[in-house]
Design a protein around this ligand. Structure first.
Ligand SMILES: NC(=O)c1ccc[n+]([C@@H]2O[C@H](COP(=O)([O-])OP(=O)(O)OC[C@H]3O[C@@H](n4cnc5c(N)ncnc54)[C@H](O)[C@@H]3O)[C@@H](O)[C@H]2O)c1
Ligand SMILES: O=c1ccn([C@@H]2O[C@H](COP(=O)(O)OP(=O)(O)O[C@H]3O[C@H](CO)[C@@H](O)[C@H](O)[C@H]3O)[C@@H](O)[C@H]2O)c(=O)[nH]1
Length: 443
């Protein structure tokens, strides 16, 4: 059945979710407080880089099934179900999540709910948030208990956001067990097409659903820091972390995915989510349970220092005045997101050490310039590498993986490369006369 759906927040998650819901056959209203973003989306333009999303947004804006507005009352009047996909960033100077945006949606929307409705939260939130908001909705909504709130965490990956939205590994729904069950029935209708394919659908209580999300991200972050800690050992023993990861990854209990050693994890999710999780555990009096996440964070941040140290070694110990090409600014390829990007952080550290840094990223330069305006950005690989004394590959874009070491040799002042993502073929670069440094291999 076709429903009318609203999505509050049209950022990386919300815009993709809105387009995905339209693709599933629903009529969708995307709502944001950012007027410029809404204006662009209304023209069928996507304000960020996400493969496949522009096509999907344009398709459904053109068909009339997807529209965008800053007016929340349109959603309240028309939609059967409201998704919340606004940001929950790290609070300045603290580990905890900033809940202002989620709270603002509830305070704006709930008083306007004059007909039976369901609110499904998708944002990543501290455990306990959904129960608090469910009570607040009952208090504020003119329809009272006929407005139900449930939590439906999102697991999409940037770069694969459309695919992950339309074909998720699983759907999780946390419901208020005391409610009338409207939320579960509505979620089953919204996701009918996805469920018909046999996608696992787990219905839990509110706290479990919230914890599933942050536990998944904590596990992924831990897996990456585990292999990076092993990489540190490989670096002092001459062992090869990639061969090691292959070998342990064949054990199905371990698995090869997320054992990519390198510059570590960044982005708008993993770093802030492990910090918010620790903060929440502390509030609950069980901070000790997640002490290991502090170490996960520390291992991760050490990788950024490590590449700066390697770059210094490559230029004879003195970074001041040394020409360094940093290839990549996005936190991962196929995204223009620079939130907590290891690439940009490493570039900033090199700059602060006095290096003459040139950053090149095929998609993320504008976002990078906005957060790190003092860095120098190149508009091509050639421009960044011209005269470089060392190259740091910081994001594994295809353009960098496919570089021909013979060709790049013609651009640089010295054949020295740091492969911060272990994405180059070391032997090929060594054969072309390069000094090659990997992460946890060819150290
Ligand atoms: N980015 C991802 O890949 C991803 C995946 C899963 C979960 N999440 C979670 O989803 C949430 C959103 O993340 P994001 O990356 O899309 O953030 P984002 O910053 O890209 O987007 C958030 C949007 O919310 C808008 N907003 C703020 N206040 C609002 C309000 N009161 N009403 C309407 N819109 C409002 C902002 O203007 C912005 O456009 C976070 O909790 C994040 O942890 C993100
Ligand atoms: O083996 C690996 C895998 C990833 N990374 C890094 O880890 C970060 C995060 O990567 P990824 O998880 O692919 O990106 P996100 O798009 O941030 O997705 C994560 O965060 C989202 C927001 O919560 C969740 O929905 C996703 O399931 C979860 O994978 C990036 O900097 C990667 O470079 C590594 O260093 N080594």
């Amino acid at each position: 059945m076709s429903l009318t759906v609203s999505v509050f927040g049209t950022g990386y998650l919300g815009a993709t979710h809105a387009a995905g819901m339209a693709e599933l056959g629903h009529t969708v209203i995307g709502i944001d407080v950012d007027e410029a973003k809404i204006a662009r989306l209304s023209r069928g333009e996507v304000p960020f880089f996400e493969p496949g999303l522009p096509e999907l947004i344009r398709k459904h804006v053109d068909s009339g099934r997807l529209r965008f507005t800053t007016d929340a009352s349109v959603a309240a009047a028309e939609a059967d179900v409201h998704f919340i996909g606004v940001g929950t960033p790290q609070r300045k100077g603290e580990n905890a999540a900033d809940m202002r945006f989620v709270d603002a949606v509830i305070e704006t929307l709930a008083p306007q709910l004059t007909r039976p409705s369901v609110i499904l939260g998708k944002s990543t939130v501290p455990v306990g948030t959904a129960a608090r908001l469910a009570a607040r909705v009952r208090e504020l909504a003119p329809v009272g208990a006929d407005a139900e709130l449930a939590w439906n965490p999102e697991f999409l990956r940037e770069g694969f956001a459309v695919e992950d939205t339309l074909r998720p590994d699983r759907l999780v729904l946390g419901v208020d067990k005391a409610s009338a069950g409207r939320a579960e029935a509505m979620a089953r209708e919204v996701y009918a097409q996805v469920l018909d394919r046999g996608t696992p659908f787990l219905v839990t209580d509110l706290a479990t659903a919230e914890l599933v999300k942050v536990s998944a991200n904590a596990f992924l972050a831990t897996k990456i820091s585990f292999i990076n800690a092993i990489a540190e050992i490989c670096e002092v023993t001459g062992a090869d972390v990639k061969e090691l990861a292959d070998a342990i990854g064949y054990d199905e209990r371990i698995g090869r995915k997320f054992l990519g050693a390198g510059l570590g994890f960044g982005g708008g999710c993993l770093p802030k989510d492990i910090r918010a999780f620790q903060a929440r555990a502390g509030e609950l009096g069980v901070g000790h349970s997640l002490n290991f996440l502090r170490e996960v964070d520390e291992v991760n941040l050490r990788r950024r220092e490590h590449v700066v140290g390697l770059a210094a070694k490559c230029v004879g110990g003195v970074l001041h005045g040394a020409k360094v090409a940093v290839l990549g600014a996005a936190f991962k390829p196929n995204s223009d997101d620079v939130r907590d990007s290891p690439a940009l952080d490493a570039a900033g550290k090199l700059y602060l050490a006095g290096a003459d840094v040139r950053v090149y990223d095929p998609e993320a330069a504008d976002n990078a310039r906005a957060v790190s305006p003092k860095l120098t950005y190149s508009s091509s690989l050639e421009e960044a590498c011209a005269g470089a004394e060392v190259i740091l590959v910081a994001t594994e874009w295809n353009e960098f993986k496919q570089m021909d070491p013979e060709v790049v040799a013609g651009m640089v002042a010295a054949r020295k490369v740091i492969d911060g993502r272990n994405c180059l073929d070391p032997q090929r670069w060594i054969d072309a006369g390069w000094e090659y440094h990997g992460m946890g291999r060819f150290a």
